[in-house]
Design a protein around this ligand. Structure first.
Ligand SMILES: [Zn+2]
Length: 255
């Protein structure tokens, strides 16, 4: 556990990675909205978080479809279809919305670049985390420089899946994928989404020491996070964000 619940410097209650405070100008968080805004609609969450982050930069969201497409921000259209984004300019915050899926934030302190991804089982199988890393590397980043934070997501404690999911990962990843599954109490496997993504990031060259975890289960932590498995289709969304604060903004004091 490398995270803390630090309201400052952000005007939002968030889980954050303490180690990232050393990166000047970086703004990031995994919002713990369930504790302050239970039952809030997705649109209301977006509006509230967008407003709270406005002094640091403009929040950019995607129309998420459980794929592996990466968009380069800022973009022209309102909300492009895809599950990952990257940005090399300050003043923009990449946002990801989840309700049990894994939010993944990536930072390249050397180049001042960031990426964000939405990784449920489909996106993980499609390699969305690896795609985000490849997009950064394709634009000049070195995988060994990248820092990644895996946010709150449904844990293996709660994530019962079908045998076909295990087969799909075994086919795609190989025997190593066996480590992502454990037997569940009802005879069906439980999937460790976090472990699958850690393995994927390690395969594309990230240093395990640079992988940070907010290792909390969204389904267990009803006091902190929305959960699709727990709350059903009406579940709110956990909003995660990362970016470099606008030059000259109040965040300049963190540089
Ligand atoms: Zn759980």
């Amino acid at each position: 556990m490398t995270a803390s619940d630090t309201p400052e410097p952000l005007p939002l209650r968030c889980a954050r990675v303490d180690a990232w405070d050393a990166v000047g100008g970086l703004v990031h968080g995994f919002e713990r909205s369930a504790g302050v805004a239970p039952g809030e609609s997705r649109a209301a969450s977006r509006a509230r978080v967008t407003r709270a982050l406005a002094p640091f930069g403009e929040l950019l969201l995607l129309r998420q479809v459980h794929g592996a497409r990466v968009h380069v921000a800022p973009w022209a259209s309102a909300e492009p279809e895809g599950d990952a984004s990257l940005c090399e300019q300050s003043g923009w915050l990449l946002g990801i919305e989840t309700a049990d899926c894994l939010p993944l934030l990536i930072v390249d302190p050397r180049r001042g670049a960031v990426a964000a991804a939405h990784a449920g089982w489909r996106g993980t199988l499609a390699g969305v985390g690896a795609a985000a890393v490849a997009a950064l590397v394709g634009r000049g980043s070195r995988a060994g420089d990248l820092l990644a934070a895996l946010g709150p997501a449904i844990g293996a404690c709660c994530y019962e899946v079908g045998d076909e999911l295990r087969t799909a990962f075994m086919d795609a990843v190989g025997p190593a994928a066996a480590a992502f599954f454990r037997p569940g109490p009802r005879g069906r496997p439980h999937f460790d989404l976090r472990a699958a993504n850690v393995a994927q990031l390690a395969r594309v060259g990230l240093d395990p020491h640079n992988l940070h975890q907010v290792d909390e289960c969204t389904r267990c932590r009803a006091d902190l996070y929305p959960s699709f498995r727990r709350d059903g289709p009406a579940a709110g969304r956990l909003l995660s964000f990362v970016g470099f604060a606008r030059e000259g903004s109040q965040a300049a004091r963190f540089r």
